[in-house]
Write a protein that binds this ligand. Structure first.
Ligand code: CCH
Length: 300
């Protein structure tokens, strides 16, 4: 096996909590990273795109993706159109690699996603270290990240490739409560809810209303950009076609309604699914400890 995690007792929990704290403080200090301020949303997307290339049907460790090898640092994977905008997050984290020379890119990027979610009010995410940098030959092929223009069948098939259930995939896409689309990165434009630096169930409460002419509902935006939805109330929020897929499919819609009604149900599904995402394609020895970090608030 190639993608085997090294055991976490080489570096102590305290050391990883220190890295956590450094990332969290840097997010807090550099509050002009993006339109909404925080680097957090970009870092969550970086963590997800580092892992989301995984293909469970591909048995070749050179091409089957996942977060282990930190291969987005190379130009082919880094230059995949789906990763536009993420160089900024990688550069933001670069000083941490200088300070903690023993840290791999894969561990840093996945840990930064965990930091961002927890610091923005999301659930605790169990995290395990042990990823190692791999060479260029381990870059996943381009085109392994999802196409936002697609509907329910595509979304289900895409996330099945990563081994996720309906509930897990709906929960994961709930991360769109964070951040926004940037015309310069994806061609799409705007945030999904009114609190893009707060991890809550806001994505689902907005999405739930569906397409129509009613209060808070969604219509296709009239513009020169790619097809996307805009809300009737403020005309300032957005949904991707692949987001809208979650209310078009009746099985997905039931889950959206559940998460819109209960943030707790959303968090309970999201946390283990996000851990699973970050560990896709990696073998963790059974002695590997799951680390749960304290937020800066909890330590003050
Ligand atoms: Fe996403 N996402 N995502 N997404 N995403 C975008 C931005 C973020 C899709 C498309 C897009 C997940 C699933 C999907 C985040 C987290 C997750 C953008 C705009 C597109 C397009 C990029 C830009 O312009 O900057 C599609 C399609 C899917 C699945 O079908 C999952 C899963 C996660 C995490 C668990 C976050 C966070 C952002 C905001 C980034 C930022 O910079 O604000």
């Amino acid at each position: 096996k190639v993608k085997v995690a090294t055991l976490s007792d080489i570096h102590s929990f305290k050391e990883y909590q220190q890295v956590y704290n450094d990332i969290a403080k840097k997010i807090e200090d550099e509050d002009d990273f993006d339109v909404d301020g925080s680097a957090g949303p970009n870092l969550v997307r970086l963590a997800w795109h580092s892992a989301g290339t995984y293909d469970k049907y591909d048995k070749n460790p050179h091409t089957n993706g996942g977060s282990y090898g930190g291969t987005m640092r190379f130009s082919k994977e880094g230059g995949d159109g789906a990763n536009n905008g993420l160089a900024k997050g990688r550069e933001f984290l670069e000083p941490l690699l200088k300070k903690y020379t023993w840290l791999s890119h894969g561990d840093l990027w996945t840990l930064a996603g965990v930091v961002a979610i927890q610091e923005m009010g999301g659930p605790k995410i169990k995290w395990r270290p042990g990823r190692k940098d791999l060479s260029e030959e381990y870059q996943a092929p381009n085109g392994k990240l999802p196409d936002a223009a697609q509907g329910p069948d595509y979304v289900r098939k895409f996330f099945n490739r990563l081994d996720f259930t309906d509930r897990e995939m709906v929960a994961l896409i709930g991360a769109h409560t964070l951040g926004r689309c940037h015309v310069t990165s994806s061609g799409y434009d705007g945030p999904w809810d009114f609190a893009p630096t707060m991890f809550d169930n806001g994505f689902f409460t907005q999405l739930q209303k569906g397409v129509g002419s009613g209060e808070g509902q969604w219509h296709l935006r009239k513009w020169d950009g790619p097809e996307q939805y805009e809300d009737n109330n403020s005309n300032s929020l957005m949904m991707l076609p692949a987001d809208m897929a979650l209310v078009q499919d009746p099985k997905f819609k039931k889950i959206v309604d559940e998460f819109a009604a209960s943030q707790e149900a959303f968090f309970n599904e999201f946390a283990p699914a996000f851990q699973k995402l970050l560990e896709s394609g990696i073998h963790f020895p059974k002695e590997s400890k799951e680390l749960v970090f304290r937020t800066l608030d909890e330590q003050s």
